[in-house]
Design a protein around this ligand. Structure first.
Ligand SMILES: NC(=O)C1=CN([C@@H]2O[C@H](COP(=O)(O)OP(=O)(O)OC[C@H]3O[C@@H](n4cnc5c(N)ncnc54)[C@H](OP(=O)(O)O)[C@@H]3O)[C@@H](O)[C@H]2O)C=CC1
Ligand SMILES: O=C(O)[C@@H]1CCC=N1
Length: 265
């Protein structure tokens, strides 16, 4: 598969993370990536790495083949509308990572362009994203290119577009939920005697190990929990107290609140 030039329109938190992942994976040469925003002072690290930094979206789009739109939901239509003439459907693949804006909406803004929607998370910077992908009118070849690209940046799963909001909550917001879980472990770890650095390492590596048990062994969490909960032991005492305090329930309620925020906005 030949290398294509990639423009990232909207070099904020996610756009920057995508550029970092593309560089780290070797999928793109620095000079094949262009990243845009209005205030480019925040992009100096990418500039130093050889990535092209632009304020002009028209130049970035015209000089690239893959266009990744990482703008906020509230200005994506307006910005794409302004640059609709820069797109060439015979040459460009348009990928949107924007939350809550449908493929149909975006295809109406840029007529003739087939949009692939992708929902990665910020772990894409270190090639550890889970990226959910959906499409309607993109060709098999276009979809394959997009999938190959995101495969380099973690794992990918193809989903129906109607599940995109759910994917946003579970995968993209999920990074923050998981980190808050780890932070609470660190706070508890300090209270029972560890310094913050050691607590951070133990908590993060433990969560990584738990996740790897599920991913590599394809197991259900409860199967692994059963191996840890010694009868009358300290694990079941801790787990039951957490559940008495509403642990699982608070997470489920948080996930549904997050989902409702997307679908009701
Ligand atoms: N952050 C995350 O973890 C995830 C975010 N998303 C989605 O990705 C999108 C981006 O999110 P996020 O990176 O967090 O948001 P940010 O606000 O960090 O990034 C958006 C960027 O767009 C730039 N921008 C605004 N107007 C223009 C313009 N006209 N041309 C070029 N760039 C412009 C802004 O910079 P400036 O003002 O300097 O132009 C800003 O840096 C959102 O739709 C979000 O929902 C999806 C999954 C995960
Ligand atoms: O919080 C948000 O709205 C965005 C979408 C997914 C992650 N961050």
């Amino acid at each position: 598969m030949s290398a294509k030039k990639i423009a990232i329109i909207g070099g904020g938190n996610l756009g920057t993370a995508i550029a970092q992942g593309l560089l780290k994976s070797g999928f793109s040469k620095p000079s094949d990536i262009t990243i845009t925003k209005r205030n480019v002072s925040t992009l100096s690290a990418l500039r130093d790495a050889g990535v092209r930094i632009e304020t002009d979206n028209d130049i970035a789009i015209r000089e690239s083949e893959i266009i990744v739109v990482a703008l906020k939901p509230y200005n994506v239509r307006e910005v794409l509308q302004e640059f609709r003439a820069s797109f060439d459907p015979s040459r460009h693949i348009l990928i949107s990572v924007v939350t809550g804006v449908s493929i149909e909406d975006l295809e109406n803004v840029v007529p003739g362009m087939a949009v692939v929607r992708a929902m990665p998370n910020t772990a894409i910077a270190i090639q550890e994203s889970i990226t959910c992908i959906s499409h309607k009118h993109a060709t098999a070849e276009q979809v394959q290119y997009v999938k190959t690209m995101f495969d380099q940046l973690g794992a990918t799963v193809s989903i129906d577009e109607k599940l995109m909001d759910a994917a946003t909550v579970l995968g993209a917001c999920g990074i923050a939920f998981a980190l808050r879980f780890i932070r609470a472990n660190i706070q508890g770890g300090i209270e029972i005697g560890f310094d913050v650095r050691t607590a951070n390492l133990i908590a993060a590596q433990t969560v990584k190990g738990a996740a790897e048990l599920l991913i590599r062994e394809n197991r259900h969490p409860e199967e692994e929990i059963d191996k840890v909960t010694t009868p009358k032991g300290c694990t079941i005492a801790g787990l039951n107290e957490m559940e008495h305090q509403g642990f699982s329930s608070s997470l489920i309620k948080g996930i549904t609140a997050s989902y409702n925020k997307i679908v009701k906005d």
